[in-house]
Ligand binder design. Structure first.
Ligand code: GLA
Length: 682
């Protein structure tokens, strides 16, 4: 179990370093991330490398038994680099340059950036690959943060090469993008520019490919650095820190390239429900690399400084959320940063050693967490009963970046905030403590009883085949509105909608039936469920479509799709109760092979999502990890260890029996106060 944080000794006099390592030992720190933003310190000019200070601090950490997650420092080129090679600077869609003076001002496609970065990484890897302090390599930092899309000339050249590799010839690209529309036919690849500022909607096929290209391009940088590190003889694992559900990067592809997934997570402490969003992120990180524990690479000990208002964490909140990460598969808890900066943009950002000193709650909590983590036994190896992930999840949610990119484009029947919707589907399950894995359609789905496909507008041919195979093999599938509309090129298939899944669903959509978007949710009930303001479905400008379902009346939002039933094997489970679509089917099921495929034609509100997921879980024979009456209590499984956490203000008693994971003592019932947690081996 790693414990520690980003350490920036270059900001401090050496005398402070001695204090740092002493305090690190006191706090139980086992690993620090070193050198993330130290490029200008390591290489003060193009021809000079200064490793003396880095040698000294790495040795000092090593002498004190503290491991190093050594960064490659390539996230922020020094000012001399931009002065000498102005082409390394990226540009926005208006052609404006992002100048040095902050951080991360580099064009990922710039050959000069790549050459300089490769040289730096080679020097670092050659020097430290066998240093015994180095336990992990930290490539760059938060790829894509602040700047994921570069529209510069370097990017344009690189984009064209990427397109040439993808399509081979320009006619194929023209067909894929549908450039016959609006006179966009290209004569050659040279005519293509990134989707820069244009008078109106830019070609959606082109925008989708630019998103693919941008994720791939940053990944090329990661792979370049990783390969340099490995070629130098390093045997330590290599990671780069992800940022949860970060739209620009397809983390499925990235997860294949990193040895360990690591994640940075800064939840809003003022939001009493942020523990659900945090759980969502933890489960996504765990799912990205099955069978491999991940690291919480950065979180804040207390306040952050990047929001307009930066509230402190409540006492105990940091520990509760840290244990949530461990319970959901993390093998390390780290912070940004070790010592609070005295100067610079993030000087108000909390740290393990606060500027306010050691007589602080933050420092006490940091020490206490270090102690707690060091007392945890190793997690038991995963058994086959736990599934590949050890979470025991029998429910999977499909999460695909290409769909996120495509569904977020304009000119659709209705604007759907896809991430928010997926998070709501997840929350519906999380509120019931039903374990969830995230998958993509290429994942092995055989371990799951229930797969939910949330609004998968873009469904590839292979994806459709995989979902059909899952159902025919005995799985239960829920297909939600606005799924299976376009192929990988963002084009309609021949024959209407749901062409990919039609054979198992037995239905297809005739009209999407957009509804007036639901009102912004401002209130929540005591259990954390959002409360929507009910507006009659009959009003002009219909907001909702009520659905009469076997599990109660459900309020449908965003769309009330008109679906056509295609064969008599389709069972209509629910119909619209009112409005334009009154009496029409709203939820169907159809047996296909050994399984069942459901189609849902409207987006339920939170209560409706809870009801339908409960209904489906029962039908699929899926049980909660642990049944708890209070929705403030979350329970996660990791192997045979349950982590129970109370995020609510009232004490809760839980009827759990087993052995305390830390002490081994018998447990028969636990009482948890606010932010109380317990790990129990069952
Ligand atoms: C990111 C970066 C850190 C720091 C924190 C806090 O996670 O990786 O360097 O800037 O944010 O804002």
């Amino acid at each position: 179990m790693y414990y520690g944080g980003d350490y920036n000794p270059e900001q401090w006099d050496e005398v402070v370093w001695l204090d740092d390592v002493r305090l690190m030992r006191e706090a139980g720190v086992t690993m620090t991330t070193l050198g993330v933003f130290a490029w200008s310190r390591i290489q003060p000019d193009e021809h000079t490398f200064d490793f003396e200070w880095l040698d000294k601090i790495i040795d000092l950490l090593h002498e004190n038994g503290i491991g190093v997650d050594l960064a490659t420092a390539t996230a922020s080129p020094p000012p001399w680099a931009a002065k000498k090679y102005p082409g390394i600077l990226p540009e926005d869609e208006n052609g404006s340059t992002y100048w040095p003076g902050s951080r991360q001002a580099y064009s990922p496609s710039s050959p000069d950036y790549r050459r300089l970065a490769a040289r730096l990484v080679t020097a670092i890897a050659d020097r430290y690959h066998s240093h015994p302090a180095v336990v992990l390599w930290h490539v760059n930092n938060e790829y894509g943060c602040h700047l994921a899309y570069d529209y510069s000339d370097n990017a344009a050249r690189h984009f064209r090469l990427w397109l040439q590799r993808r399509y081979g010839d320009i006619d194929t690209l023209n067909r894929a993008w549908g450039t016959a529309f609006w006179s966009q036919l290209y004569g050659s690849f040279d005519e293509i520019v990134p989707p820069r500022k244009s008078p109106y909607s830019v070609n959606p096929g082109g925008v989708l490919d630019f998103r693919r290209f941008s994720s791939d391009t940053l990944l090329e940088l990661f792979v370049m650095e990783r390969d340099i590190i490995k070629a130098a003889g390093a045997s330590q694992p290599v990671t780069t820190n992800f940022m949860g559900p970060f739209q620009p990067l397809d983390y499925w592809a990235w997860a294949d390239e990193v040895d360990i997934v690591s994640d940075d997570n800064y939840f809003e402490p003022n939001d009493p429900f942020s523990f659900r969003a945090a759980a969502f992120t933890r489960d996504l990180m765990r799912s990205l690399k099955p069978r491999t524990p991940w690291l919480l690479m950065e979180q804040a000990t207390n306040v952050v400084s990047f929001r307009p208002t930066n509230a402190p964490k409540a006492p105990g909140q940091m520990e509760a959320l840290s244990m949530q990460a461990v319970g959901r598969g993390a093998d390390g808890i780290l912070f940004f940063q070790w010592r609070q900066s005295r100067r610079g943009s993030e000087k108000f950002f909390s740290a393990m050693v606060p500027h306010a000193g050691l007589e602080t709650r933050t420092w006490r909590e940091v020490k206490s967490l270090g102690q707690t983590l060091s007392s945890l036994p190793a997690f038991p190896p995963k058994t086959t009963d736990d599934g590949e992930m050890g979470s025991g999840a029998r429910v999977a949610l499909v999460f695909e970046w290409a769909n996120w990119w495509a569904i977020s484009q304009p000119d659709h029947p209705v604007r759907l905030d896809w991430l928010a919707l997926v998070q709501r589907w997840y929350s519906a399950l999380h509120r019931q403590n039903i374990a969830v894995d995230f998958v993509h359609t290429g994942s092995d789905l055989s371990a799951y009883a229930l797969v939910i496909v949330p609004h998968l507008y873009l469904l590839t041919d292979d994806g459709a085949d995989a979902l059909k195979e899952f159902v025919n093999g005995g799985g239960r599938l829920l297909v939600t509105p606005f799924t299976d509309i376009v192929d990988a090129e963002d084009a309609f298939r021949d024959g209407g909608f749901q062409v990919g899944l039609r054979s198992i669903l037995g239905v297809c959509v005739e009209e999407f039936g957009a509804l007036v978007p639901p009102p912004v949710r401002t209130s929540q009930d005591s259990a954390g469920a959002a409360v929507s303001t009910t507006i009659s479905a009959d009003e002009p400008g219909q907001r909702a479509a009520m659905i009469d379902a076997p599990f109660g009346v459900v309020r449908g939002e965003y769309v009330a799709e008109e679906i056509r039933v295609l064969d008599e094997q389709v069972v209509i489970d629910a119909r619209y109760a009112d409005g334009r679509t009154a009496g029409m089917p709203a939820l169907t099921s159809r047996v296909s092979g050994r399984g069942v495929a459901h189609y849902l034609a409207s987006v339920p509100d939170d209560a409706g999502m809870r009801a339908i997921t409960r209904w489906l879980a029962d039908l699929a024979g899926v049980q909660a990890v642990f049944e708890v009456a209070s929705e403030w209590v979350e329970v996660a499984r990791r192997g045979d260890v349950l982590t129970l956490i109370n995020h609510g203000t009232d004490d809760v008693s839980l009827d759990v029996a087993g052995a305390d994971f830390v002490t081994g003592e018998a447990v028969s019932g636990v009482v948890l106060g606010q932010y109380g947690w317990r790990m129990v081996r069952v």
